[in-house]
Design a protein around this ligand. Structure first.
Ligand code: BEZ
Length: 396
C-alpha cells in the first residue's frame, strides 16, 4: 500500500511536472491550476460528547475569521470539511487519514483532546500536511515530536497549570493535591502545576485520578479532607468540569479548589454558585481589555448568541495564523519554505493579547490569574508573562 507521504510527495511532483511543461507550451502553470482550486481546510473536532461545545466554538470562530477575509485566504476560496472526532483517541489516526487521504484536505485544523491529537500528529507528520492545533495541549506535539508542518495556537498542557502553581507558590502554599482525568492533558497539566509550586518550595503530596471521560468523582473527593493539603489543583474541562465543580462544593470540602483555567472556562453558567471564588490560570479571561478582543467578542455573540470563551479565541487564532501564512505566499501552499517562515516568525494580536510563535511552533502568551465571580472568570493578575513552553527535545 502506498503511504500517505508518498501520495503527498507524488501530488507535489505532478504539480511541479505540470509547471515545467506549462512554461514550454505557455498554458497555465501547475501552480496556477492549483491556485484556481479552493483551499480545502479540514476541521477535525469533537461535535459530540463531553467536549462538543468546545469543538463548536472553535468552528464558529474559524468561520468568523473567514467571513472577515471575504471567504478567501491568500487569494483562494476556502472549502471547509468537518469531521466529528468524538474525542475518541482510538479513532484518531483513522479519522485524520480520512481527511488527509480521502478528502485530500490541504490543511488540517484539529483538535481538542490530547489523545486524539497524537493520532492526528502521526498522520500529518507522515503526510507533510500543514496542521494547526486549535486546542489540544499534548506537550509532545511541540516538544520531542515537533514537526515543521505543525503549529499550535492554543497552549501546551504545561503552560496554564504552571501559572497556577507559580501563583500558589508565591503566596506560600507548601502542600497541595492534584485531581484530574488520567490522560495526557491531566498528567501534563499536573507536571506544570507541580513545577510551578516547586519553584517557591511547595509540593504536590497526592495525585488523584479517574479515567477519561468518567465522572464518578465521589471516591476521590472523599479522600481530600484527610490529605492535610492547603489547596487542591485540578484539570477538568467541558461537561466533566461542570459536574466536578458542583460535586466539590456539595461535598462541603473546606480546602480551596483551583486549577488550569479550563475548570471554569465556558461553563460558569451551569456551574452556578458552586464556582464562586474558584481561582484558575489561563491564557484568556473576562476583562482582557484590547480592541481585538472587543471586536471578536461582539462578532462571536452576533453569530452565535453565545459569549466567546478561550476555545473560540484559539480557533480564531488558528485561522489568523493560517491567513497570515497563506497571505505571505499568495495562497501557494507548495512554497513551504516561505509559508513556514512566515508562520514561525508571526507576531499578531489575539483577543487574548499580543502573541508570537516559539521556536518549537507553540504559542507564547500571558497566563492570566482569574477568579470566578458572578458568572465571570475575572482577570485579577498575570500569573506568568509571555510564557513560552520550554519546547524540550524539539529540533527544527
Ligand atoms: C486536552 O485534551 O488537551 C484538552 C481538552 C480540553 C481542554 C483543554 C485541553
Amino acid at each position: 500500500m502506498k503511504s500517505v507521504r508518498s501520495d503527498a510527495v507524488s501530488r507535489r511532483r505532478v504539480l511541479k511536472g505540470a509547471a515545467t511543461v506549462a512554461v514550454a507550451s505557455s498554458v497555465p502553470t501547475g501552480w496556477a491550476i492549483a491556485q484556481a482550486k479552493p483551499l480545502k481546510v479540514g476541521l477535525m473536532l469533537p461535535y459530540s460528547g463531553t467536549f462538543a461545545k468546545l469543538g463548536e466554538n472553535i468552528t464558529f470562530a474559524v468561520e468568523i475569521l473567514l467571513a472577515e477575509k471575504g471567504g478567501k485566504l491568500g487569494g483562494r476560496e476556502v472549502q471547509i470539511v468537518k469531521l466529528d472526532d468524538e474525542s475518541k483517541p482510538e479513532n484518531g489516526p483513522q479519522n485524520a487519514e480520512r481527511l488527509v487521504k480521502r478528502d485530500a484536505v490541504d490543511v488540517l485544523i484539529g483538535t481538542v483532546h490530547s489523545g486524539v491529537q497524537m493520532g492526528i500528529h502521526k498522520v500529518v507528520r507522515e503526510s507533510g500536511t500543514l496542521c494547526i492545533v486549535p486546542n489540544a495541549g499534548a506537550n509532545a506535539v511541540t516538544r520531542e515530536l515537533c514537526a515543521k508542518n505543525v503549529f499550535r495556537t492554543s497552549f501546551t498542557n504545561w503552560q496554564p497549570a504552571h501559572g497556577m502553581g507559580l501563583a500558589l507558590g508565591k503566596r506560600g502554599i507548601k502542600k497541595a493535591a492534584w485531581i484530574t482525568w488520567d490522560y495526557a492533558a491531566g498528567a501534563e497539566s499536573g507536571d506544570g502545576f507541580k513545577e510551578g509550586l516547586a519553584k517557591h518550595g511547595g509540593e504536590v503530596v497526592k495525585t488523584l485520578t479517574l479515567k477519561f471521560p468518567e465522572t464518578n468523582f465521589q471516591p476521590l473527593l472523599a479522600q481530600i479532607p484527610d490529605l492535610g493539603v492547603e489547596a487542591v489543583g485540578s484539570f477538568f474541562a467541558g461537561g466533566g468540569a461542570i459536574q466536578f465543580v458542583k460535586e466539590y462544593k456539595a461535598a462541603g470540602i473546606k480546602v480551596p479548589l483551583c486549577g488550569s483555567g479550563f475548570l471554569t472556562e465556558g461553563v460558569l453558567g451551569p456551574q452556578g454558585d458552586a464556582a464562586e471564588g474558584i481561582e484558575t490560570a489561563l491564557h484568556y479571561g473576562d476583562g482582557v481589555d484590547n480592541p481585538k478582543n472587543a471586536a471578536f467578542r461582539k462578532a462571536f455573540k452576533d453569530k452565535t448568541q453565545r459569549d466567546a470563551d478561550v476555545y473560540a479565541v484559539k480557533g480564531y487564532d488558528a485561522a489568523q495564523l493560517l491567513a497570515l501564512g497563506l497571505e505571505a505566499v499568495k495562497g501557494n501552499l507548495e512554497d513551504e519554505a516561505n509559508l513556514y517562515k512566515a508562520m514561525r516568525s508571526a507576531k499578531f494580536d489575539s483577543p487574548r493579547g499580543a502573541v508570537s510563535i516559539s521556536p518549537s511552533q507553540d504559542i507564547v502568551h500571558n497566563i492570566y490569574l482569574r477568579r470566578a465571580e458572578k458568572g465571570e472568570n475575572k482577570v485579577v493578575g498575570i500569573a506568568a508573562e509571555s510564557l513560552a513552553d520550554p519546547g524540550t527535545g524539539c529540533k527544527l
